[in-house]
Design a protein around this ligand. Structure first.
Ligand code: A3D
Length: 311
């Protein structure tokens, strides 16, 4: 069986970790695309990583390029092209610059890899995935935004830390837009089957929810120049793997809602089934009134950002 092909659009901080993880997991051959000014550096990153394959024991071809022709026939495209945040910036501050980048990326992916399952990571996430979908004209199941997997990973990690238990045993989900209005769902979070709300008091849960909502900003402040990259890359690879191996994973993704949760025509984080058909299903949760109110708030925030996108 021929190897799959993974095209990474953007070979910066996240792009390079994506390449490493895709190669280590032997998901397929990897092409790292960046702008012509960075052709040398992405070729260097690809070659350096490939030269680590004897020590790491993986078989995968790695190529750096600034020619979109090289992504032809990709099975998966992961888009990280665009500016990241600096301390003091909100994700929405990136909108004007990144929307033009995503337009250009979508046109080229449409031309050279029209069958690829496309995972968007660029911020502001919900507006960028919507822009990519509109410009590419791809079917809705073929386009997903990565945010919920990361937001949920952070929620799970903070809870494991608080409770002193294995990360493997925390299950839960975070809904909504990728920003300060995202909605962790404590009522539906379990620790090895034990309801979280029987293990922690309301005050502790609110403290951890708040840290989750602000987790990206916490990293931006610590790094001082740029935003998180290991955890976003690991999260996007989880989605790519679910698609390539038809795993039917249930993961929160920014997906196009057309009636689900009463949301119409908006990409936003919801639990999805991810398999060979891309986004195969959106799961609807019966929300309590307070949860629905938080979801309504995050929907308004995403709509507001989207209203500023000029295509
Ligand atoms: P960075 O290291 O700057 O890499 C971005 C790369 O995109 C750079 O190498 C640029 O040269 C390249 N690029 C710029 N314009 C184009 C273009 N037109 N075509 C192709 N490549 C281009 O950033 P990063 O990797 O740290 O972050 C990438 C994006 O992901 C940013 O927008 C972040 O805000 C975003 N991000 C999202 C999350 C989510 O959870 C959604 C988390 C962390 C970062």
């Amino acid at each position: 069986m021929a190897r799959k092909k993974i095209a990474l659009i953007g070979g910066g901080q996240i792009g390079q970790i994506l390449a490493l993880l895709a190669a280590q997991r032997e998901l397929g051959d990897v092409v790292i695309f960046d702008i012509p000014q960075l052709e040398g550096p992405v070729k260097g990153k690809a070659l350096d990583l490939w030269e680590s394959s004897p020590a790491q024991g993986f078989d995968a071809d790695l190529q750096g390029t600034s020619d979109y022709k090289d992504i032809a026939g990709a099975d998966v495209v992961i888009v990280t092209a665009g500016l990241p945040r600096k301390p003091g910036m909100s994700r929405d501050d990136l909108l004007a610059t990144n929307v033009n980048i995503i337009k250009n990326v979508a046109e080229n992916v449409k031309e050279y890899a029209p069958k690829a399952f496309s995972i968007i990571v660029t911020n502001p996430l919900d507006a960028m995935v919507s822009t990519f979908h509109k410009v590419s004209g791809f079917p809705k199941n073929q386009v997903a935004g990565m945010a919920g997997v990361l937001d949920t990973a952070r929620w799970r990690a903070f809870l494991a830390m608080e409770l002193g238990v294995s990360i493997e045993d925390i299950a839960g989900t975070v809904l909504g837009g990728h920003g300060p209005t995202m909605v962790p769902l404590p009522r539906l979070t379990t620790v090895g089957g034990v309801p979280l709300m029987e293990l922690l008091d309301a005050e502790s849960i609110e403290r951890i929810s708040k840290r989750t909502r602000e987790a990206g900003t916490e990293i931006v402040k610590l790094l001082g120049n740029g935003s998180a990259f290991f955890s976003p890359a690991a999260s996007a690879i989880e989605m790519a793997e679910a698609y390539l191996k038809d795993k039917k994973r249930v993961l929160p993704c920014a997906a196009l809602c057309e009636g689900e949760y009463g949301i119409d025509g908006l990409f936003i984080g919801v639990p999805c089934k991810l398999g060979a058909g891309g986004i195969e299903k959106i799961y609807q949760i019966k929300l309590e009134a307070d949860e629905q109110a938080l979801l309504d708030k995050t929907v308004e925030a995403v709509k507001k950002t989207l209203s500023e996108v000029k295509l």
